[in-house]
Design a protein around this ligand. Sequence first.
Ligand SMILES: Cc1cc2nc3c(=O)[nH]c(=O)nc-3n(C[C@H](O)[C@H](O)[C@H](O)COP(=O)(O)O)c2cc1C
Length: 406
Amino acid sequence: MLEGKRLLLIISGGIAAYKCLDLIRRLRERGVHVRCALTRAGESFVTPLSLATVSGEKVFRDLFSLTDESEIGHIRLAREPDLVLVAPATANILAKMAAGIADDLATAVLLATDRPVMAAPAMNGRMWEHPATQANVARLAGRGVHLIGPEEGEMAEADEWGTGRMTEPADILAVIETFFAGAGRLHGRRAIVTSGPTYEAIDPVRYIANRSSGKQGHAIAGALARLGAETTLVSGPTHLPDPVGVRVVNVEEARDMLSACKTALPADVAVLAAAVADWRVAKPAKHKIKKDAAAGAPVLKLIENPDILASLSTATAGRPALVVGFAAETGTVVERAKRKRLAKGCDWIVANDVSSGVFGAETNTVHLVTAAGVEDWPPMTKSAVAQRLADRIADALEGVPATPTS
Ligand SMILES: Cc1cc2nc3c(=O)[nH]c(=O)nc-3n(C[C@H](O)[C@H](O)[C@H](O)COP(=O)(O)O)c2cc1C
């Protein structure tokens, strides 16, 4: 499965750098062609000679090397591999990646690459838990960087325990194998994903909205694209970066979201994760509504918005083979989701309890409701939920003829 794959391993300056020798050996045993790029700090932990010996390749270190630049160049180094892996990934290199800094060979390559990127963080537990590092990894995950670990355990510093150990080479290898096994499973498929809230105008400056951050929907679009689906993300207003490899259509109101979804048809799968406003103001004011003590507070008449999930699920022409809805519920979450699946005519519902702290959070606890029953998934990060859902979608579409595009 890994035979003939090309991997660029970027080694930054952490104590776990010695483990990458074992990782390279395991990768080469499976026929992977490994090239190494080493940061200046990385050289203090593992020697270029050891890396060159184990990888059987020249090791790249200097952005301004005339010979390296004329022979291969940092752009080719960035574009040639099937996968770029940063292991160990220091707090420093994660921060630079998140900020788009390119002040050495490793970070210039990371900014220039259009290949999938994985990172295995390794650092002291306090560094890992620091809000700056957490914000950086959240940003990277949002952009489609696949994070492996870190694990909990004993730290390099005597008597310290925490989360920050680099995932063991055998486990990193397993993640890489799973990645390559899945890559391309949705090749030739088209996907539509909706994400974020909708904004429904009250007047030119005010609107009705909800607390959806769009994190889950964006992660799903990224995961489907990583499996090879040609993915359109129809997104309400969010503060998130566009997921890598996804065509993004930005909308504000529910009616625009529906029409963007219809324009994106035909598709094999639609995942409708947006928190679409159920109602909009019947007649939004053309001018800003002024405070008027005599008239009192304005009374807003609300009317129902179109139901995007029901509309795509019951479309007579061009219905996607698989329509997946989301149910953000409080109370009897699963029972409500079961009823919603039947009422809307969709195939699956991903149900989550939003009574406490899901909006904007990095983790989610969901139940997958299908005709076959209910699966309770354990709590996991939103990117892990996205990956698992994308894998399930790929399983479900196996053997189903691809939707013709014209
Ligand atoms: C002995 C020693 C061990 C270190 N281990 C780590 C580590 O495990 N993780 C980390 O993020 N930084 C670690 N650092 C700090 C990094 O080496 C430092 O932030 C450096 O600037 C990283 O540069 P780079 O990201 O370009 O490789 C360590 C420093 C020393 C002196």
